[in-house]
Design a binder for this molecule. Structure first.
Ligand SMILES: [Zn+2]
Length: 489
């Protein structure tokens, strides 16, 4: 199965791939090329590719003997990437869908030859490649899936068109595509929506490393996908130290509120930029940044209490939690950590670092349930008000937490048990297309991300063995009569 998967994954992941990572941003020529390739793969599978008014592409396979009128089971993810992103985020889930159709078609032919009957799928199988899931270009995520779900309002598109840092607006990107075929997730046509995604965090890889059998679990996101609130901060020219101190206060407050039952998280990310804009130009003046980087690299392991501050080019650790490097913001994170951890006599004079031209930051709040999200947002609002910090704040997006359908989670778990695939029940802090659609059933499966759970980076990686198991689980769930994905068969 992994070979079938690679037949689709390798070429799709190669679109936009360069030395710095994968650059296949929302509604660019690269994303168009990836969708074109998806359509070609559809043709090879004997399926016509449909494209909706948001540019989402989809293929539907109706196995012989099954009515095309039955609501489909859809498997989907996205083909776009962040700036300098990894190969697996999104492409994994789309290639998985293509591989499943390919595999099931082969099984169907073999079975027909042997017994005269094809494979007994419960429903037509649809593979969806969503558009513009990442927010790198337009500051808003899940544009395509949100469009397909009918969740866009005119005023919102105007708002995002205004905040986009790219020279073109969201309007210009989507308008030429409007007026095409119907939505791939029309609720009459799709019953179940599933997404397979690389985990954007270290939990699954960590569990494997600490399990006696070295078992690789598949994550079933039974605890739902977090909701978010994002806002953009415009800061005047300020010493870096004062910016970092406020960021630390926000992080600490979020950490205090975060519990296993009610996850809550705050993250600062750099303002999104057009592709090919150097990171150094955006966050700090180049000379300051170079100096800061040298100092921190010379400092090497300057963490305290056994923590390593800087661990090579991809990850560094805060309080035992690995974090991925995020473009220019890693410098600020490191500065924040250094302020926290370095004794004063280390010779770093922080007030010298000044963000001369002002600074833009995006604050991303995530909560596992609506109540903690609202409560956490209000606490942070109060903190910022009390600090009197001179930042101009503008909300750019809001999504509600999305529970996964309990029946679907249970079905996946039972199928995994039959295959002796270990599973982990988990929550998901990152946004995904699957959370947008309101369908009878929706579910998210995650597989381990190596290199400390690094995400949105060229070193992002999932192992073949993990991909293989997730594909086996999906195939089994599609074919199983005992624990079927769709209940009314
Ligand atoms: Zn993704």
């Amino acid at each position: 199965m992994i070979q079938t998967f690679k037949k689709y994954f390798d070429p799709l992941a190669a679109v936009g791939l360069g030395a710095e990572g994968r650059n296949c941003l929302a509604y660019t020529a690269e994303e168009d090329a990836a969708h074109h390739l998806f359509g070609q793969f559809g043709a090879e599978l004997g399926l016509a590719c449909e494209v909706d008014g948001w540019g989402n592409s989809y293929l539907t396979w109706v196995p012989p003997g099954l009515s095309a009128e039955l609501p489909a089971i859809a498997i989907g993810s996205h083909l776009d990437s962040v700036t300098n992103g990894g190969r697996f985020d999104g492409v994994l889930g789309v290639a998985a869908g293509l591989a499943l159709i390919d595999q099931l078609q082969q099984r169907n032919s073999a079975s027909e030859r042997a017994t005269g009957d094809g494979v007994a799928l419960h429903a037509p199988l649809r593979v969806i490649a969503w558009r513009a899931e990442e927010s790198s270009r337009f500051r808003v995520s899940c544009i395509g899936s949100k469009g397909a779900a009918g969740r866009w309002k005119q005023a919102e598109i105007e708002r995002y068109s205004a905040v986009g840092s790219d020279s073109s607006s969201l309007y210009e990107a989507i308008l030429p595509r409007q007026g095409q075929a119907p939505s791939p997730i029309d609720t009459d046509a799709v019953h179940t929506l599933l997404e397979l995604h690389i985990e954007q965090g270290p939990i699954l890889a960590h569990k494997r490393d600490h399990s006696l059998a070295g078992a690789v679990p598949v994550g079933i996101v039974s605890q739902g996908v977090a909701g978010s609130r994002r806002e953009l901060w415009s800061l005047p020219s300020l010493p870096l130290k004062s910016v970092v101190e406020l960021m630390l206060k926000v992080y600490r407050l979020a950490a205090e509120m975060d519990t296993t039952q009610r996850p809550f998280r705050a993250t600062f990310t750099p303002p999104h930029r057009a592709p090919n804009v150097g990171r150094d130009q955006t966050l700090l003046t180049g000379a300051d940044l170079q100096q800061q980087r040298r100092l921190l690299q010379q400092g090497g392991a300057c963490g305290s209490a056994g923590e390593t501050l800087f661990q090579g080019p991809q990850t560094f650790h805060t309080g035992g939690q690995p974090m991925s490097m995020r473009h220019g913001l890693d410098q600020i994170y490191m500065a924040a950590l250094a302020i926290e951890q370095l004794p004063d006599d280390q010779g770093l004079s922080w007030p010298d670092f000044k963000c001369e031209d002002g600074l833009q930051l995006q604050l991303d709040l995530r909560g596992g349930d609506q109540e903690i999200l609202q409560q956490g947002s209000a606490e942070i609002d109060r903190l910022i008000e009390r600090s009197g910090f001179p930042c101009e704040r503008r909300e750019v997006s809001r999504t509600k937490p999305a529970p996964m359908t309990p029946r679907l989670a249970e079905t996946l778990r039972l199928n995994a048990q039959q295959l002796q695939i270990p599973t982990v029940e988990m929550a998901c802090g990152a946004s995904h297309d699957v959370q947008i659609a309101d369908l009878p059933q929706r579910g998210l499966l995650l597989i381990a991300s190596e290199a400390g759970g690094v995400s949105h980076h060229r070193s992002e990686l999932s192992r073949d063995a993990d991909i293989e198991r997730a594909l086996e689980l999906l195939e089994q769930a599609l074919l199983n009569r005992e624990y079927p994905l769709v209940s009314e068969v």
